[in-house]
Every structure is written in structure tokens, then in C-alpha cells.
Design a protein around this ligand. Structure first.
Ligand SMILES: NC(=O)c1ccc[n+]([C@@H]2O[C@H](COP(=O)([O-])OP(=O)(O)OC[C@H]3O[C@@H](n4cnc5c(N)ncnc54)[C@H](O)[C@@H]3O)[C@@H](O)[C@H]2O)c1
Length: 353
């Protein structure tokens, strides 16, 4: 069976978790009882069917290196969980554009190499799917790589919060080109947004009237640093809207990233506060801390959306693939409730297997 050929845009912490995950789950002893994955097999496709064939970055400690070495170069700090053999994929220099924000300039060393011709690298490597893992503040650069995917005839997955799949203009461009597009802003496997929505739904289903709720988090990855000066407000809007939509009535909701704490490394601490009233106005409070490692939280969902986009390609589906967007992303073109999104994704798999 031919592998699903994927190009990575940005060799940061998420890319590291994805590539290590491919090694981890590719070992024969991991083929049985694939714990840690939501869908070990998805419509017959396993993580073993995914192959990374090209990668782009701008950091001098990553450009020109084999992907196996680049994923462990600073400032990446995703934990090492797998030995990765040389992959035979050299990280190419991409155009910088707005890739690196002011805060992150202090930890990134910009490569002086000349930028490669992205579309031609995608064509030569026979890339089918371009996976955008740029920093969340890289709006222009995200648009540039989406354009290159179109030029090279590739599907596009936008894991960043930049609005591409949920922009009607981009959706039309991919529709006209006959290519699938999914995004925006990847959902985490054990994410604070999903946990927050689930808690609120459970409480409101039981008749609790939520008066106010927030969820704020601190992290130590480069992405948390980038968020500080470029995307804190945009992320707050996306998360707040997603959480507010889980309640059947309007209430005070704040959800978003708060700060960067370097010694946390790739860890993320999320704080939840929920207050409300139940029978005869009796008060209730939830005050909770939830700790995760950031990059591995993207791995299982990335495995799922890459395989789902391959199914869409096989079936010659084009434009935004809504069931995949609603299942795998926080800001899809059309938001659905968690259970509805899961049912739509399951139906998509059954229809396109
Ligand atoms: N659990 C998760 O980690 C998670 C969940 C949801 C969404 N996301 C999104 O995924 C994206 C990637 O997250 P991350 O933690 O890997 O970020 P990161 O900062 O670790 O990695 C980004 C990489 O992009 C590179 N880059 C910057 N400008 C570039 C350019 N012009 N061309 C090519 N490469 C460039 C950087 O050098 C860096 O290696 C972010 O937008 C984040 O919001 C991550």
C-alpha cells in the first residue's frame, strides 16, 4: 500500500511529537494494543501508512539537517520518547515572512541559507498533504504555504489558529483547484477546551445554572512565547467562542492562554474555575488544575486528520471537508457540538473508507 506523503511546514515541537509518534507506534511490539491513540486504525489506515517526505523551517539549527536531528534541535523542548533513525529528509529553508515574532526572536537563530522554491520541493517529493505547523502568529507565512500547496496540487491541513479553512476565500480556492482543505486550530487529544466544554455540558444538563467560568493556562513551549505578543487576543476569542457555544444559555465565559513560564519546558498547566447554582439556588464551585505536555497532545489528532484527508483525496473530495474540520479543529468553518462532530466524522469514515 503506498504511504500517505506529508510535508511539514515548521519543524517545531508538534513536528517533533508527530515524528517521534510515527517511530513509537511503528515498532512491531506497539502494533498490538495501541494505547494512547484514539483510532489505531482509521478506515483501514494505520499511523504506519504516514510518511514525512519534505519539511521546511527557518531556524539555522534545523535547516540543512536531517529531520531526525532537526526535531531535537533548540528551541524545541518536546520530550524525547523515541530514537529516530536518519529519515533521509533534509529540512529546507522556507521564506521567513512573519514566521518569527518579536518575543521568539530571542530564542530562534534565523538561517542565512537561501529560501527554497517551496512548490517545486512539494512536487519533487510527491507530497500529497501539506501540514501547517507554523507558530500561531505566522498569518502571512501560513497563507504563503497554503498558496504553495495549491500550486503543487496538494491538500492542506491548517493546525494553526490562522483562519484558512474557515475563510470562504481560501475554501473557494481549494474547491476550484479540486483539493481538500481542513482547519483551523487543531483540537488537543486531552484538551482544556474539550474538558471545559464537557464539564459545562454535564453541569447544565443536570440543571446547574452557570454564573461565570474561566479557563486560563501557562506553558513553556516556543508557541506559548509566541502567543504572548502576537496571538493571545485571537486565541482568546476562538477558545471563548468554542466554550460559550457548549452552553444552552449566555453566561460570563473567558477562555484563553495567559502566560509563558520558561522552566515549564513543553508542559502546560490549565486552570479552571466554574461557579453556578443548582436546586433552590444552592451554590457550587469547581476550582481545578489540569497538567499536560503540549506537543504530544497534538499527535493522535494529527494522525487522525492526516488519514482522513487521505480518504478525502482518494474520493476526490474538494474544498473544506466539514466533518474532518468539526472533529479535529477548534475553529472549523461550521462548529458542531462534540457528539454531533464525532457522529459526522464517523459517518464520513464509513462513507469514504
Ligand atoms: N498541542 C499542540 O501543540 C497544538 C494544539 C493545537 C494547535 N497547535 C498549533 O500548532 C502550531 C505549531 O505548534 P508548535 O508547538 O510546534 O510551535 P513551535 O513554535 O514549536 O514550531 C513552529 C516552527 O515553525 C518554524 N517557522 C517559523 N517561521 C517559519 C517559516 N516562515 N517557514 C518555515 N518554518 C517556520 C519555527 O522555526 C518552528 O520550528 C501552532 O500554530 C500551534 O498553535 C498546537
Amino acid at each position: 500500500m503506498p504511504k500517505i506523503k506529508v510535508a511539514l511546514i515548521g519543524v517545531g515541537n508538534c513536528a517533533s511529537a508527530l515524528i517521534q509518534g510515527l517511530q513509537y507506534y511503528g515498532k512491531p511490539e506497539k502494533q498490538v494494543g495501541l494505547h494512547g491513540l484514539r483510532n489505531p486504525s482509521l478506515a483501514g489506515l494505520t499511523p504506519n501508512d504516514i510518511e514525512i517526505v519534505a519539511a521546511f523551517d527557518v531556524d539555522g539549527r534545523k535547516v540543512g539537517k536531517d529531520l531526525a536531528d532537526a526535531i531535537f534541535a533548540a528551541p524545541n523542548n518536546a520530550p524525547k520518547v523515541a530514537e529516530v533513525p536518519q529519515l533521509g529528509v533534509t529540512v529546507q529553508k522556507g521564506p521567513l515572512l512573519d514566521g518569527i515574532g518579536d518575543s521568539v526572536k530571542t530564542v530562534v537563530t534565523i538561517s542565512q541559507a537561501e529560501a527554497s522554491n517551496v512548490a517545486s520541493v512539494l512536487e519533487q517529493s510527491k507530497t500529497e498533504i501539506v501540514l501547517n505547523l507554523l507558530p500561531s502568529g505566522a498569518a502571512k507565512a501560513s497563507g504563503f504555504y497554503a498558496q504553495q500547496a495549491l500550486a503543487a496540487g496538494c491538500a492542506f491541513i491548517n493546525a494553526t489558529p490562522n483562519l484558512i479553512a474557515s475563510s470562504p476565500e481560501w475554501a473557494e480556492l481549494f474547491q476550484d483547484a479540486g483539493l481538500p482543505l481542513v482547519g483551523d486550530d487543531l483540537v488537543d487529544q486531552v484538551g482544556s477546551t474539550a474538558l471545559h466544554k464537557t464539564l459545562l455540558q454535564l453541569l447544565s444538563k443536570n440543571g446547574v445554572k452557570i454564573a461565570e467560568t474561566y479557563q486560563l493556562d501557562v506553558g513553556g513551549g516556543t508557541e506559548s512565547l509566541d502567543t504572548m505578543d502576537r496571538t493571545r487576543d485571537a486565541k482568546r476569542v476562538i477558545k471563548t467562542e468554542a466554550v460559550a457555544s457548549s452552553l444552552p444559555y449566555p453566561t460570563e465565559v473567558v477562555a484563553g492562554s495567559t502566560d509563558y513560564v520558561d522552566f515549564l519546558q513543553n508542559k502546560r498547566d490549565s486552570y479552571f474555575w466554574i461557579s453556578g447554582t443548582y436546586f433552590c439556588d444552592a451554590p457550587m464551585r469547581i476550582d481545578l488544575k489540569f497538567s499536560t505536555v503540549d506537543a504530544p497532545n497534538a499527535g493522535s489528532v494529527l494522525f487522525d486528520v492526516i488519514r482522513a484527508v487521505k480518504l478525502a483525496l482518494n474520493q476526490k473530495q474538494k474544498g473544506t471537508i466539514e466533518p474532518v474540520c468539526a472533529y479535529g479543529f477548534k475553529h472549523p468553518p461550521k462548529s458542531l457540538k462534540l457528539e454531533t462532530a464525532e457522529a459526522a466524522f464517523k459517518k464520513f469514515l464509513e462513507e469514504n473508507a
